[in-house]
Design a protein around this ligand. Sequence first.
Ligand code: S3P
Length: 463
Amino acid sequence: MATIKVRKFKNIPAEITVPGDKSISHRAVMFAGLANGRTVISGFLPSEDCICTVHAMEALGAEIEWLEEIEGIGPVKLAVTGHGTQLKAPTKVIDCGNSGTTTRLLAGILAGQPFTTVLAGDESLSRRPMRRIADPLGLMGAKVEGQGEKICAPLSITGGDLHAITYHLPVASAQVKSAVLLAGLFAPGKTSVVEPVATRNHTERLMSHFGVKWLRDGDTVSVYGGQTPRAEDISVPGDISSAAFWMVAVAAMPGGQITINNVGLNPTRTGIIDVLLKMGAQVTDSMTKNDGEPQGNITVKGGDLNATVIGGSVIPNVIDELPILAVAAALARGKTLIKDASELRVKETDRIAAVADNLRRMGVPVVEFDDGMEIEGGAQLKGAVIDSYGDHRIAMAFAIAGLFAEGTTTIENTDCISTSYPGFERDLNRFLLPGHEAAAIPVLDRMPRRMGIETLSAEDAAE
Ligand code: S3P
């Protein structure tokens, strides 16, 4: 089991480039696999989660060619050749690994296929609630069966003969919205989803990219059934959820400055910038591309942070950044309140419990609530042994906390980082002096065969 040992940081790189956006990478592969023709995806995130989606689409009949790889990160460019929306029945159970996005979005696609598929995953995925997709997909006419009251994985999905519905989301979830919209492609007529609070809109933007007609009217998103996506090459921007770790590291370091290049700046994902600004950080962004998925560079200058309240409609926008924002809160003056975030309890682990436990280990007073926590910031963090709970974002958030702590912070069980950020350890080491590296660079597994792919060094790739 891998560990990371971090001490106070000694160096801030001027620039950093983070790997591709996880949400967009999953969706690009799915839409390309449903299209008629070949789509080249560049900037793809070769994380374990997204590789599960690639393998799943391959098992369902799409052809995959790996085109380019970055050393120490994995394959970042691939071509997906789809044969339209009628997929091939897989011969085996589909392994979704740790990935809720693979499971829930794929369930939407499988709801439209006239065969039975079984989706399974690791222990964490098998604890996550799938009733939230089983209910609407069942209303549309699919049969979705799972384990227990929460309808957990393994899931058996038998699709075909769907009908359009209007579905009011009971939880603000982009994954559930996307599952219903994807199923809507297979239902004659107009399928609509009503959102209680706006969630990330990558599915909608990718539908436009792949020529699928959809519309938004207030809080309702609709799609018409019977459309086949049109193959169209796509470039994925860097993941702002990965950039968030370096944004917080530098925002809380007086005198520091960093620029993070080519990050996705979709307004449904940039809540982290607003929260850090509210906490008194200096953050600027400059858009370099504003069609499809907007992207640009983010510059952060460090200073003293102040406590804030994070709650209400910003929560879905920062849902994946709340662990690292909790670390920012521990480094800020005063008491920060995170509320309306009960969804954190059903992520890869219970992120409220995991953050509270680990912050306390570092000497930070935390009061836990059902839907969030209050964090008393401002005291010197103490090095501690941290449990990642097998959750990539907990591991990375506390590696950043370790950069500010007295003594050594040991994060145990860090293999999970490859779920979303291959190359994190290498980037973290850039914040430390040579000879004081925090982590060994992991050897990537679950990756496709490397034969015949062009391999770029990380430095060449960043240019
Ligand atoms: C995601 C949506 C979010 C997020 C997850 C990725 C997506 O989940 O936490 O990491 O790609 O749609 P919910 O929509 O379930 O909140």
